[in-house]
Design a protein around this ligand. Structure first.
Ligand code: ZN
Length: 173
C-alpha cells in the first residue's frame, strides 16, 4: 500500500523515533515503505516520512530493496565527501552535504535476523540520510551554508524524478 508523505513542517520529521518492538508489524510497514519509495521514485524512505515515529527505513539503491529495522551506524570512515542530496520530505530542494564516505550499519532484517552492511558510494550516503530521519535531522541541518540550497521548479523536480532510476548522486531519499 502506498502511504502519503507527511508535510515538510510536520513535527514527526523533527522527533527522535522510537525503537521497533513489534517486528511483525514493522515487516508489514516496511513493505508499504518500499512500495511508497518506488512510487515516489526515491532511493530511500524512513518511517517518520510517512508519519510513523519508528526506527525503520528502506533503501532501493541500484534497484535493490533493503529493509533496516532498529539500525545503528557502528562505523564511520574518517574520510568525508561532499555529495548533493535531496529529500522526498523537502520537495524541490537540493544541497551539498559533507558526510563520511563509508559506513557500517547493523540492523534487523525482514527475516527478523540481525545483519550488517558495510557501504560506500550512494548506499553509504542514503543510509546516513535515512538514519538521520530517525533522529529528527534533515539534510539541510547538515549543510555548511544554506545559501547554497538549490530550489528547483516543479518541472525540474519532476523531470529529475524520471531520471532517478538511473541511480547516482542526485537521488532523493
Ligand atoms: Zn529524506
Amino acid at each position: 500500500m502506498r502511504l502519503p508523505l507527511v508535510n515538510s513542517d510536520s513535527p514527526v520529521l523533527r522527533a527522535q523515533a522510537a525503537p521497533v518492538t513489534d517486528l511483525m508489524k514493522a515487516v508489514a510497514t516496511a513493505a508499504n515503505l518500499l512500495q511508497t519509495m518506488q512510487a515516489e521514485v526515491g532511493v530511500g524512505l524512513a518511517a517518520p516520512q510517512v508519519g510513523q515515529s519508528l526506527r525503520l527505513f528502506v533503501t532501493g539503491v541500484k534497484g535493490e530493496p533493503m529493509v533496516f529495522i532498529n539500525p545503528e551506524i557502528t562505523e564511520r570512515s574518517k574520510e568525508e565527501i561532499l555529495w548533493e542530496e535531496g529529500c522526498l520530505s523537502l520537495p524541490r530542494l537540493l544541497g551539498e552535504v559533507r558526510r563520511p564516505k563509508e559506513v557500517t550499519v547493523r540492523a534487523t532484517g525482514t527475516d527478523r535476523q540481525p545483519f550488517e552492511v558495510k557501504a560506500d558510494g550512494l548506499l553509504a550516503r542514503v543510509l546516513q540520510h535515512e538514519y538521520d530521519h530517525l533522529e529528527g535531522i534533515l539534510f539541510t541541518d547538515r549543510m555548511d551554508d544554506l545559501r547554497k540550497l538549490k530550489r528547483l521548479t516543479e518541472e525540474e523536480w519532476a523531470s529529475r524524478s524520471e531520471d532517478k532510476d538511473r541511480g547516482g548522486p542526485k537521488d532523493e531519499t
